[in-house]
Design a protein around this ligand. Structure first.
Ligand SMILES: [Zn+2]
Ligand SMILES: [Zn+2]
Length: 288
């Protein structure tokens, strides 16, 4: 009971911090700046945001299109296998798998997001321009994601699910029917975990979308089944050091209470000598 109260208290403190932000200034970057440079401190007019948006290449687009269609093909193949091997004694498996799948996906979303926000730089070969760039852009222009189409929003998440879905498709091809039924709960978990991973950035995009959302999405946000808008704004308080989970955000309160991310950063800084978010800060400060 005390644990839950402590989690709530920590969470309330961070929420209070986020509530001080205006709707148009997600990063609180406008405080104390002159009227003249207000225009370019964040958003599409930010010099760094413009440069980062310009680094979205045709090659990157091709990778995203390939990943979305490969992921879709594997997911369709695997769902047919799961339906084919369903038996009534396994009726509870999809429900338990959905719950575990969404919690694990939430943690993984936080881990990948934290890693990309806090470490590495755009200069890193291959990884930097293709996979770290969108995270840098998102902090200085949080509205850019709302202008991205389905492919740009979901391509990289689909890429992360492909190895797991491919492994699952392979096992469906080589395992006997008895073996698949024995492993049915695990297979449901693996499949739904992949589905939640692929949905994560779409859910994240919805948390930044203030107009035209389907009513069922707004209901899911209101009930905190998926990442709510107000909840995600806490992450957008500069210097973006907490609330990294973006599938449901269910783990953000407990991880904040455990100081999970700050402890991991302390350890990594001791081991490597690198300061977290130094590249992120560099891009935020870009003025030309
Ligand atoms: Zn972030
Ligand atoms: Zn965001």
């Amino acid at each position: 009971m005390q644990y839950i109260e402590d989690v709530m208290a920590t969470s309330d403190r961070v929420v209070a911090k986020a509530k001080k932000m205006t709707e148009e200034d997600l990063n609180c970057n406008q405080k104390g700046v002159t009227k003249q440079n207000k225009v370019s401190r964040w958003g599409p007019n930010h010099a760094g945001a413009k440069e980062l948006a310009g680094l979205y290449t045709k090659g990157k687009r091709t990778q995203e299109v390939t990943c979305v269609y490969t992921c879709l093909f594997l997911a369709i193949f695997n769902i047919f296998q799961l339906v084919y091997h369903f038996s009534i004694e396994n009726w509870a498996a999809p429900f338990a798998a959905a719950l575990f799948g969404i919690v694990v996906a939430d943690f993984l979303s936080g881990f990948v997001h934290w890693s990309a926000d806090s470490w590495g730089s755009i200069e890193l070969p291959i990884l930097g321009q293709n996979f770290i760039r969108p995270f840098r852009e998102h902090h200085i222009d949080p509205t850019a994601i709302t202008r991205h189409d389905y492919i740009e929003t979901n391509g990289d998440n689909c890429m992360m699910a492909i190895p797991l879905l491919a492994w699952q498709a392979f096992t469906f091809c080589v395992y006997t029917d008895e073996r698949i039924r024995e492993l049915y709960s695990w297979e449901c978990f693996l499949f739904l975990l992949c589905i939640f991973i692929t949905l994560t950035n779409q859910i994240h995009k919805w948390s930044h979308t203030y107009f035209g959302l389907p009513p069922w999405v707004e209901v899911l946000q209101k009930w905190h089944v998926i990442l709510p808008k107000q909840h995600h704004r806490i992450h957008h308080v500069s210097p973006h050091e907490t609330y990294f989970c973006i599938t449901t955000g269910w783990l953000n309160g407990p991880l904040e209470f455990l100081k999970f991310w700050s402890r991991a950063e302390w350890l990594l800084e001791k081991l490597t000598g690198h300061k977290p978010r130094s590249d992120d800060l560099k891009w935020a400060k870009k003025t030309n």
